[in-house]
Design a protein around this ligand. Structure first.
Ligand SMILES: Cc1cc2nc3c(=O)[nH]c(=O)nc-3n(C[C@H](O)[C@H](O)[C@H](O)COP(=O)(O)OP(=O)(O)OC[C@H]3O[C@@H](n4cnc5c(N)ncnc54)[C@H](O)[C@@H]3O)c2cc1C
Length: 396
């Protein structure tokens, strides 16, 4: 049997994490921006629980808020994979800004590009690419995992030109900064999920208020707010997709959003691991740097291996999405696994810092707090397991 590994098949293989020249340039640009412009502000933003207002205009200037929006609508016209790369690189420095980018690109822009009519695309896509933060409002106080049990009600206005929305949305990322909200409401509570409809709601629409902001464990700078709709008047021209087909808008966009959360999680894990490796090379115990102890080296190696596996899942799901191939189960696996890995790697990073790791004077405790959300939003880990299990057990 030949031991020659240089077979034609081998020559054709390539690393799944390999980037094209364009992707590599983009990644370095985002990394440089994140390190130079976001890095120095991270601690204060976490303490103040607020994004520094100077940063979002810079995101727009760099084209990061409309990565996939076509150039004809003033966006960057790049791929979904590049949006995931941007979320990863930004989250390596600050996961709050990472999720802000993620919601904008993978949920809001995506929903308008995919379900908006020509007039809606002309009206909203240039704004989303250039100056308007978006938010995605599905969850309510009584419905999260069971999202289609939502009760926010949309009734047709007497004059027939508008809907009136009444209800409360909870946990809405970017609520404090957003100018445009995709709000899910039901036009017919008796119809179950078939009554759900998506609406494009502008912040200054009559009857719309941004409510209480949550005080959170992690991603503290990212705003998470309540939204209150009291007879909020939404023109019929702002129905996104078809009446009663809002469930499709929600399912399809969240499938992609999950890949973005996977990217956020690998960014967090990368940041934590890099800090831990640098620290263990400096910190001495028993007369030498602790990185020279095999026990510590093996823990770094374990973290790096799990992180690489998570990155492969996230990149593969992103590439499948760009190739317009089925990616539903791969997206669920990517989110499930990368959020578990982020929890493990960030926890290990704290231990490598010893007592210092437990202090807010060092960066790793924040990575750990930020990682926890990955197992909760855009579908809890149980919901990802449900998706994967359904796929495995379906007939045919
Ligand atoms: C910081 C933050 C930001 C968020 N941003 C947004 C946003 O921008 N837009 C938005 O719409 N929502 C957002 N959410 C809401 C988020 O998506 C929900 O919190 C999440 O889907 C879980 O819903 P829930 O909180 O109602 O938990 P529940 O649905 O009550 O779940 C509680 C527990 O029960 C488990 N469970 C529920 N049903 C089942 C089942 N059938 N089988 C097994 N286990 C089950 C869950 O896995 C979980 O462990 C955000 C939440 C947070 C915390």
């Amino acid at each position: 049997m030949s031991t020659d590994v240089e077979t034609p098949l081998r020559e054709k293989t390539f690393a799944l994490t390999e980037l094209s020249e364009e992707e590599e340039l983009f990644r370095s640009m985002v990394r440089e921006f994140a390190e130079k412009e976001i890095g120095p502000l991270v601690r204060k933003m976490d303490q103040d629980a607020k994004i520094d207002p100077a940063l979002l205009p810079k995101f727009f200037e760099l084209g990061l808020m409309g990565i996939e929006i076509p150039e004809s609508y003033e966006g960057s016209g790049a791929s979904f994979f590049m949006a995931a790369l941007a979320v990863e690189e930004v989250s390596r420095v600050d996961a709050s800004l990472g999720v802000c980018l993620d919601v904008q690109n993978t949920l809001v822009n995506n929903a308008v590009m995919r379900f908006g009519n020509d007039e809606q695309k002309k009206r909203y896509l240039p704004r989303l690419a250039q100056n308007t933060v978006g938010a995605y409002a599905l969850s309510e106080p009584e419905s999260g995992s069971d999202a289609f049990a939502l009760t926010c009600r949309a009734t047709e206005d007497e004059d027939g030109d508008a809907y009136r929305l009444t209800g409360t949305k909870l946990w809405i990322t970017n609520g404090a900064e957003a100018g445009l909200f995709i709000v899910f409401a039901t036009v017919d509570p008796g119809a179950g999920y078939k009554g759900i409809t998506a609406f494009l709601v502008e912040r200054d629409f009559e009857g719309f208020t941004v409510g209480k902001k949550e005080d959170k464990l992690g991603i503290r700078a990212s705003s998470t707010t309540e939204l209150v709709l009291e007879n909020c008047i939404v023109p019929k021209s702002n129905v996104l997709g078809e009446i009663g087909k809002g469930y499709k808008v929600a399912i399809e966009t969240l499938n992609e959003g999950r890949i973005g959360i996977g990217a956020q999680m690998i960014g967090i894990a990368t940041g934590a691991l890099e800090h831990a490796m640098a620290y263990t090379k400096e910190r001495k115990a028993f007369g030498k740097p602790i990185a020279e102890f095999q026990g510590v080296q093996f823990q770094h190696a374990q973290c790096a291996t799990e992180l690489e596996a998570a990155r492969l899942l996230v990149y593969n799901a992103s590439r499948l999405r760009d190739a317009k191939k089925p990616y539903l189960v791969q997206a669920a696996m990517a989110k499930l696994f990368s959020s578990q890995v982020a929890e493990r790697v960030t926890s290990q990073a704290i231990e490598h810092y010893g007592g210092y790791g437990y202090s807010k004077d060092f960066p790793v405790e924040k990575f750990w707090r930020d990682a926890k959300i990955g197992t909760i939003y855009e579908g809890t880990s149980n919901m990802q397991l449900q998706t994967i299990a359904k796929y495995l057990l379906k007939d045919g």
